[in-house]
Each structure stands twice: as C-alpha cells, then as structure tokens.
Design a protein around this ligand. Structure first.
Ligand code: PEP
Length: 247
C-alpha cells in the first residue's frame, strides 16, 4: 500500500474541513482507492473536528507532533500523545525538521516515539540531511544516526513509517534526482533491516512533492508514498498528486 500524507503545518480553520470533503469525494470515486491510504495532519486545533468527520471515511487524521511527557504535565502549551489520541488521531509525525530545528534531539524524539506507541498512535518518523551535510557527502551517516539513535528493535515495526525529507528540499522546489532518491531509499531500508533483522517499514519521500514532481518519483517502486507539505493545503493540488501518481 502507498501513503499520501498531507502535513498542513500552521494552516487551517474549522471551515477548512471543505478541503477534506473534496479529497473524500475524489477518493470515493477513484478506481485506485484500494491501493493507497490518505492521512492528513492538521494543526492541533482541528484534530477533533477532522477526526470526527473522518471516522466513517477512508481518510485518517494525525498530529504534527506530540510532547515528550505523558499523559499530563505542567508544561505550558504542551500536548501529549495521550491527549492527541483521545480526540481521535490515529497517527503522529515525529522528528519533522521544523521541530528538530526548535530543539527536538534524539533523546526527546525517543521519548516521543515511546509515548506515541504506548498510546497506540502510528508514527511517521521524519529524517533528513541538510544542505551542508549533503554537500559534504554525509547524507547516509546522518540518516543512519537519526534512525539508530531513536528506533529500537522492541518497537513494533507495524506502527512506524519513515519519511525521508531532505531539509534542502522542503518548501524549496529543489528535488533529488530519481537515481539519488532510489539509492537513498534502498539504503534506508537496509539500515532498518539491520535494526529489525527482517523486512521493515514503509519509507516515504517528502520535499517539494507536487503534481509534477510526483511523476519523476512514481517510477521508484521502493518508495512507499509521500509526505506532502505545501501542496496538501489545496484539495486540487493534493488530488493531482494522487491522480498523476497512478496515471
Ligand atoms: C514538509 O514540510 O514536510 C514538506 C515536505 O513540505 P513541502 O512539501 O512544502 O516541501
């Protein structure tokens, strides 16, 4: 199964549920609908409403992050995996580069993963190198560190999805070549196999995915789907990605 995951970031108000409704209508009539799963991660303010709507649909709702304490704490503005799960989310992103840049280190990320799993949230764990690391040919070293410092063999592999998001590609329109991306995806799967000793998680790509760039990446069968930022805030752009992927 492939994944199309829309990360809305700091976007959306209650009436933005219309975007979800349009995606749902498309999916209902799509002949390829059995081949993929749609997950939307709206801001925290919309999770409860969107999850209630999605309950009877084939769209899943996730959070963009969760706090590294659980279930409750005295940290102002923090929201735990327990609280996110309680309003109907099924997934959570963890380790997005935005949050790594704001201080999420491997220790914190491991706590987040542990608490998310404990609360039966599926995890979309984001990894990726920055521009300088890429230039210095450190990509694989970085990815390996990001994976092995946080993931443990005892975590249930069925609850974890990896999203490879090179930081230099997020929101920039800059893309890895198909050859580059295929190679990296295979390497990520190898690293995971070393941790888990068996065939493992879905590995997604994220970074400037839109209706055009998806055409380049659909040839790479090792990629199990996409994490989509900017283009997921418009139902048309998001639907175009799915349409062009299967065209
Ligand atoms: C993201 O923020 O996860 C992302 C992939 O953004 P964009 O698609 O806009 O590059």
């Amino acid at each position: 199964m492939k994944y199309f995951i829309g990360n809305w970031k700091m976007f959306g108000v209650p009436k933005s549920i219309n975007i979800l409704k349009k995606i749902n209508s498309f999916q209902l009539n799509d002949k390829n609908k059995k081949k993929y799963r749609i997950v939307i991660t709206p801001p925290l303010t919309l999770i409860e409403k969107f999850a209630a709507y999605s309950k009877t649909k084939k769209i899943f709702i996730g959070s963009q992050n969760c706090y590294h304490k659980d279930p409750f704490s005295s940290n102002t503005s923090a929201v735990s995996a327990h609280m996110i799960k309680s309003v109907g989310a099924k997934y959570t992103l963890i380790g997005h580069s935005d949050n790594r840049a704001e201080g999420d280190n491997d220790y914190i990320l491991k706590k987040k993963v542990q608490f998310a799993l404990k609360n039966k949230l599926k995890i979309i764990f984001c990894i990726g190198e920055n521009k300088i690391e890429k230039k210095n040919k450190k990509t694989l070293t970085i990815l390996k560190k990001q994976l092995t410092n946080v993931l443990e063999k005892k975590f249930n592999k069925n609850d974890i999805i990896i999203a490879y998001e090179p930081i230099w590609s997020i929101g920039t329109g800059k893309l890895p070549t198909a050859t580059e991306l295929r190679k990296i995806t295979i390497q990520i799967k190898k690293i995971l196999k070393n941790i888990y000793k068996k065939n493992t998680f879905p590995v997604l790509y994220g970074g400037s995915v839109d209706g055009n760039s998806v055409k380049i990446f659909k040839e790479i069968e090792e990629i199990d789907g996409f994490l989509i930022g900017g283009a997921s805030k418009s139902s048309k752009k998001f639907i175009d990605i799915i349409k062009n992927y299967y065209r």
